[in-house]
Design a protein around this ligand. Structure first.
Ligand code: PEP
Ligand code: MN
Length: 348
């Protein structure tokens, strides 16, 4: 249930409604927007909405049919903006996160970070703890990888996003990263989600390989319910009967989720497509569909990457994509970083 207070409701009226709901055994989550206060109400008991509607200062009481509450747009009608230092995710500007799939060497991370910065990315991506389908594949460098990523991010004035696979890695990774990434395979690792709800750093949660949009939003709800409001959703492709691409990139999920939820939505065309020649068209489509950001794999030498080389872009391809996005974003009322200095030599 959501209680929408009147525009001119006083603080005392809001407090009285909250006190009454708590008395009735409910959990109340307050959201104070620019014009009015909205109370998200959850609890095991049944409360008559009509009775709450009679309390002073209440504009209307809505039943939320969705099982998620705090992630729902009914609870919070205005878009959430996640601030990572001076980078705002969910505002007018489309934010691009880019970098290698995994941190491999200092030279590789530095070269990739320099390339993505030059092209206009604001956030460096890269994994130090890698969820690999095979136990024999490269598993990531652990803390050494985190150090490489942090050094490169700082050297190029980028923010950093890196994956956390287990609740026991939260503290260590928190010393280095600006945003925690929850991978597709961990979307329903509820212990991890619950613990991330207690942190105060933004969390990007990827959609699971076979997760419905509702299940994905329920996972976001775990983090929000713990008190961490800085959650970013990421569509990265789902598993279907189609085998021509690594996954089926569900672009329709972007407008669907933007309608259902106030949380920012980022798209990952690299894992969505799985092939570097398909990444640019999917990235362009995602921005056109309303994504608040992109997360893209870029490697200075992708043919020798230790993970996901086939879907990692060459820096030159990424430069070109960024230039194209600078044309697409304004067409739908968005902006994108204009600082790029790298527009040379596309045809080479
Ligand atoms: C990644 O970002 O490198 C990754 C492992 O992504 P996903 O969890 O979407 O497979
Ligand atoms: Mn990857």
């Amino acid at each position: 249930m959501v209680v929408v207070m009147k525009e001119r409701a006083t603080e005392a009226q809001v407090d009285a409604v909250i006190a009454r709901l708590i008395e009735l055994g409910m959990d109340v989550h307050r959201s104070s927007g620019a014009t009015r206060t909205v109370l998200g109400v959850v609890g095991a008991h049944k409360v008559e909405p009509e009775l709450i509607g009679l309390l002073e200062g209440v504009h209307e009481v809505l039943r939320i049919s969705e099982p998620y509450k705090r992630a729902s747009r009914t609870f919070k009608p205005e878009d959430t903006i996640v601030n990572v230092g001076d980078v705002r995710i969910g505002g007018d500007e489309v934010i691009v996160m880019a970098g290698p799939c995994s941190a491999e060497t200092d030279e590789q991370v530095q070269a990739s970070a320099a390339a993505v910065k030059r092209a206009g990315a604001k956030i460096l991506r890269g994994g130090a703890f890698k969820p690999r389908s095979s136990p024999y594949s490269f598993q990531g460098l652990g803390e050494v990888g985190l150090q490489m990523l942090r050094r490169a991010a700082d050297a190029h004035n980028l923010k950093l996003i890196t994956e956390v696979m287990d609740a026991n890695q939260i503290e260590l990774i928190g010393k280095y990263t600006d945003i925690y990434q929850v991978g597709a395979r961990n979307m329903q690792n509820f212990t991890l989600l619950r613990e991330l709800g207690h942190t105060r750093k933004p969390v990007l949660i990827k959609r699971g390989l076979s997760a419905t949009i509702e299940e994905w939003l329920m996972s976001a709800e775990y983090i929000l319910a713990g008190g961490n409001n800085d959650v970013i959703l990421c569509e990265r492709g789902i598993r279907t009967f189609e085998t021509a691409t690594r996954n089926t990139f569900d672009i329709s999920a972007i407008p669907v989720v933007k309608k259902l939820s106030h949380l920012p939505v980022v798209a990952d065309p690299s894992h969505g497509a799985g092939r570097r020649d398909m990444v640019a068209p999917m990235a362009r489509a995602a921005v056109a569909a309303g994504a608040d950001g992109l997360i893209i794999e870029v490697h200075h030498d992708p043919d020798h990457a230790l993970s996901d080389g086939a879907q990692s872009m060459f820096p030159m391809q990424f430069d070109r994509l960024m230039a194209e996005l600078r044309i697409i974003a304004p067409a739908i009322g968005r902006s994108i970083c204009l600082e790029s200095v790298a527009r040379r030599g596309w045809s080479r």
